[in-house]
Design a protein. Structure first.
Length: 132
């Protein structure tokens, strides 16, 4: 459905009819372990719920979180990633702007669309992390 769309780590929360029992931080940790082999609990002080991102055509809505890990680029270059074709590093706000505005990533000849929820997170990082 989202071919050629770049997407950050994403997934579904485990369903339960008791909504109060859903632990979104535990769900986030589970997704990070599944997709990037995090191997350690997230630092909840370095994890932030950014808000809701909605797809303009389908009305899909995603909860968007960001977290900081201690994983180096080498971790992603050497691992085995069954859920991902490739990982692309975004090192700074300029590279993030280039991706959002032109669909290009340094070192790749492909043009990419960015998943709506990942776009939301990148826009936040540009403004609040990289300070552009």
């Amino acid at each position: 459905e989202y071919c050629q769309s770049l997407c950050f780590v994403s997934g579904w929360a485990t369903f339960t009819s008791d909504l109060a029992s859903i632990d979104l931080m535990a769900e986030l940790e589970r997704e990070l372990e599944e997709e990037i082999h995090l191997g350690a609990p997230i630092d909840r002080k370095k994890t932030r719920f950014l808000g809701l991102a909605g797809h303009t055509l389908t009305s899909e809505v995603d909860l968007v979180f960001i977290t900081q890990t201690e994983l180096e680029d080498q971790h992603f270059q050497q691992g085995s990633w069954p859920e991902h074709e490739a990982w692309h590093a975004i090192h700074n706000g300029s590279e993030a702007e280039q991706l959002l505005n032109h669909g290009s990533i340094e070192g790749s000849d492909e043009a990419f669309d960015v998943m709506f929820s990942s776009r939301f997170a990148l826009q936040y990082l540009i403004k609040h992390y990289w300070g552009q």
